[in-house]
Design a protein around this ligand. Sequence first.
Ligand SMILES: *[C@@H]1O[C@H](CO)[C@@H](O)[C@H](O)[C@H]1NC(C)=O
Ligand SMILES: *[C@@H]1O[C@H](CO)[C@@H](O)[C@H](O)[C@H]1NC(C)=O
Ligand SMILES: *[C@@H]1O[C@H](CO)[C@@H](O)[C@H](O)[C@H]1NC(C)=O
Ligand SMILES: *[C@@H]1O[C@H](CO)[C@@H](O)[C@H](O)[C@H]1NC(C)=O
Ligand SMILES: [Zn+2]
Length: 444
Amino acid sequence: MSWKFFVSHSLPLFFLFFFYSFPLISTKHNDDPTFKTMHDFSGYPVDESSHTFTPSNSISLSVDIQALQKQIDELSTFSDTPAPSVTRILYTENDVLARRYVKNLMGLAGLSVTEDVVGNIFGRWDGYEPKLTAVATGSHIDAIPYSGKYDGVVGVLGAIEAINALKRSGFKPKRSLEIILFTSEEPTRFGISCLGSRLLAGSEALAEALKATVDGQNISFLEAARSAGYARDEDDLSRVFLKNDSYSAFVELHIEQAPILEEEGISIGVVTNIAAPASIKVDFEGNGGHAGGVLMPDRNDAGLAAAELMLAIEKHATESGSLDTVGTVGILELYPGAINSIPSKAHLEIDVRDIEESFRNAVINKIHKAAKSIAKKRKVTLSEFKIINQDPPAHSNGSVIKAVVDASDELNLTYKYMISRAYHDSLFMASSNGHDIYSMLQRI
Ligand SMILES: *[C@@H]1O[C@H](CO)[C@@H](O)[C@H](O)[C@H]1NC(C)=O
Ligand SMILES: *[C@@H]1O[C@H](CO)[C@@H](O)[C@H](O)[C@H]1NC(C)=O
Ligand SMILES: *[C@@H]1O[C@H](CO)[C@@H](O)[C@H](O)[C@H]1NC(C)=O
Ligand SMILES: *[C@@H]1O[C@H](CO)[C@@H](O)[C@H](O)[C@H]1NC(C)=O
Ligand SMILES: [Zn+2]
């Protein structure tokens, strides 16, 4: 079964059943003043007719399959590279146009559209008990260079079509439903992944750091945000932080980004945990020298120190005691980078993950020890060992896992329980108010 078939026939229905089967819980009302109301801006009327409709499982729901596929295709045309590739970088013209496209769809669906100062976009369908906290879903639409058109897009556009189908059926939710488009899930422009959701989760450190963050062209984050129409009047990014208990549940639909579901012919991955990621930057420095001139015993080769550290990372990740530990060196740079020059400096960037924070942190400590002893042995300097981020893992809430499974059963979709080893905005929504996260993967 191809992805296209899957999107066209099963996905929006999945959303519908999820919303139906989610247990309604009473918590305190969210009237977060950091959200600017964009009714004036968007100019869309909010359709709030019936306040008495009671959902029933026998309701007939119909999804506009062609419309959804057409929207996915149309959104993919807002790209800096030619089709079929998609490149959509934060706050560029195509990003702004794509955001406008999504806001239009939210408006046409009768959602009230609001944005915060970094451009997280919220489309809300008020429930008939407005004091209850909302159930939210959503994902991202930015795209790394030469990527594809589904990625997080399907978690945004699929959600809008799910709400459209519910509205067409006459359904009126008790609890408000909200769709979130997160700003900059991808680190492409400013080197920070899940920028919008990290801020929503209340990262003071990030709010502060962004004041001094620039992109590869030395354009500041705030300048770029302003050029896209955000952060206009002030630069207090802590206004983005969510209040505790803003949402009673959050679920993200996202492609799997691994081959497991496709290989096994399974439709839905029900996420039970999201692995805790960490990234580290390391620099070794030696004396360099001419590749012909300096004899082997006289060298302190920074490149060999890096090579030895890479093998140590593999060893410690493999021997951590947990099958879930992974360690990767995705960036290795040697200076000055000439064939006849002994590397005087080596720069590595390391990614380490596990679903258990303690296993992951133990591996990081071992990598740090190894880096120090390798530097000593090879007479190079460990000039940097910097932990860039060290995020906690997240565990999905049992009642939502059950809702996902029940919905899959109802729709005759095959599913399996999975760990999300890639992470998305859900990881940070999980820590936004102390609630567990709710997430699911979908086959590519
Ligand atoms: C980047 O811009 C700032 C402020 O405009 C300037 O002070 C700095 O020199 C620039 N840096 C580079 C590398 O161009
Ligand atoms: C939100 O929750 C955190 C952690 O439980 C707590 O420290 C903080 O005081 C709470 N904030 C508010 C505004 O209630
Ligand atoms: C899971 O979610 C339900 C419904 O929101 C809530 O009552 C329960 O406390 C949550 N469980 C955990 C472990 O957070
Ligand atoms: C699921 O399968 C059952 C049994 O084959 C069938 O009765 C039901 O209509 C199917 N449901 C859907 C949504 O296709
Ligand atoms: Zn994504």
